[in-house]
Design a protein around this ligand. Sequence first.
Ligand code: ARG
Length: 454
Amino acid sequence: MAKMWAGRFKKEENKEVNDFNSSISFDSRMYKNDILGSIAHATMLGNQNIIEQKDSELIIKTLSEILEDIDNGNLEFSNDAEDIHMFIEGELTKRIGDIGKKLHTARSRNDQVALDIRLYLKEEVETIKSLICKLLNEIINLAEENKYTIMPGYTHLQRAQPITFANHLLAYAYMLKRDLNRFDDALNRMNYSPLGSCALAGTTYPIDRDFVAERLNFKGIVKNSLDGVSDRDFCCEIASAASILMMHLSRFSEEIILWSSWEFKFIELDDAYSTGSSIMPQKKNPDICELIRGKTGRVYGDLNTLLVMLKGLPLAYNKDMQEDKEAIFDALDTVKMCLSIFTPMLKTMKINKDNMRKAAAKGFINATDLADYLVKKGMPFRDAYKISGSIVAYSIDNDLVLEEIKLDKYKEYSQLFENDLYDAIDLEKATFRRTSKGASGIESVEAQINDLRS
Ligand code: ARG
C-alpha cells in the first residue's frame, strides 16, 4: 500500500520496516479517542474557514460512521496501516476521496497522538479511580465488622502489641486514599489539550486551540507547542501512581498469603478465589495474591520503560515515544485486572476471629503494658522495661504467659506490683485502652471510618 508520505520517496517501504514501524497492533485501542479528536479538529477547521463548512460536515459525518462501523465490528483494522491515525485517515479518504485529505490540515500526527493518548488515559484513570473506591468501600466495611476483633500487631514479623483487625485494615484504606489522590493529581496536570502544537512549531493557519480544548473537555491548552508534542510526563506520573498502588496491593497480598497459611490461619479465602494443587490434595493456594505480588514487578517495569525511554530524547517528537503506549497500557490493564479481582476476593474471605485472638494470647504482646503499669506507679520507663523483660524471660523458661504468673512472683521483681496489674495486662482492656488518635481504641477506629467515608 502506498504510504501517505510517498511523495518524497522513490522506493516502496520494505515490508519488514513497515511491520517494525507499525504501532497499530497496540494503538488501535485508541480509535474512539482518535476519531473524537478528529471530529473536534474538523469542526474547528470549518468554523475558522480553514476548510469549507460543507467539507467539515462531510468529514464529521463520515468519521462518525467509521466510529460506528468499528464499534459494531463492521470495520477491521488493517495491519498494513502504520498506526491508528493513518488507518482512520486512510479509511476516511477511501470513503469520501479528496475531501478526506483535508482533515489533516493544521495538524500533525505528533500533536494528534499526544491528544489521543491523553483522551484515552483520562477515561482509563476514571475507571481505575472508581475501582479503587470500590475496594476502599470493601475495606471500610470489613473494618466496621472487625472493630472488636483482636489480633497481634507485628513488627519484624514478630508479635509486638495488641491491635484490632479493623485498625490494621484501615491502614490499607489510607494508602488507597492517597493512591486515589495521586491519580487525581496526575489527571489534573494532564488535562490540557496539545492539539494545535502541530508537528512542533504551531501553524500559520488561524486555528482555535481553545475551542478544540473545550470541545474535548480539557481545562485548557498546553501552552508551549514543543512541550505539547514532547511531553509524556503524564504517562510517567500515571505509571508511578499505578506502581505505588500496586505496591500497596502487593503488601496487602503478602499479608493475606501469610494469614491464610496453616501457621497463621487468620483468614480463609473463598474456594472461588483460591486454587488447588495438581498433586497435593490438601492444598488451597492464594494464587490471586501471589499473582498480584508478581505483577507489581511488571508495573514497576512499565514505569522504568517510560523513564528510560524519555531520558535522552532531544525535543521535540522522536519515534522512541511510540514506545510509551505499550508500557502505559500494560500498567493500567494490569492495575484494572488486579483491582477487579482483589475486591471480591476480600469480600468473600472468611475471618477467623478466634484464631486471631488465640495468636494474640501468645507472644507476650502485653509486655509493653506490663512496663507501662510500673511507669504509672512511678518507675522510670527504662527500669520498668528491664524488669518486664526479665519477667518475660522467666515466663518463657516456665512455659507461662504473663497472666498466669502469681502476684507473689511479680513482687519478687518489684514491690510496686499489686493485684491491679492483671487488669493492666488484660488483652481486651489493653487493646481498647489505646485511645490515642489513630490507635485501635473504638473511638479512634470510628473516627477513621467516618473520615474515610466522607
Ligand atoms: N504512531 C506514532 C506514535 O505513537 C504516531 C506519531 C508518529 N509521528 C511521526 N512523526 N512519525 O508515536
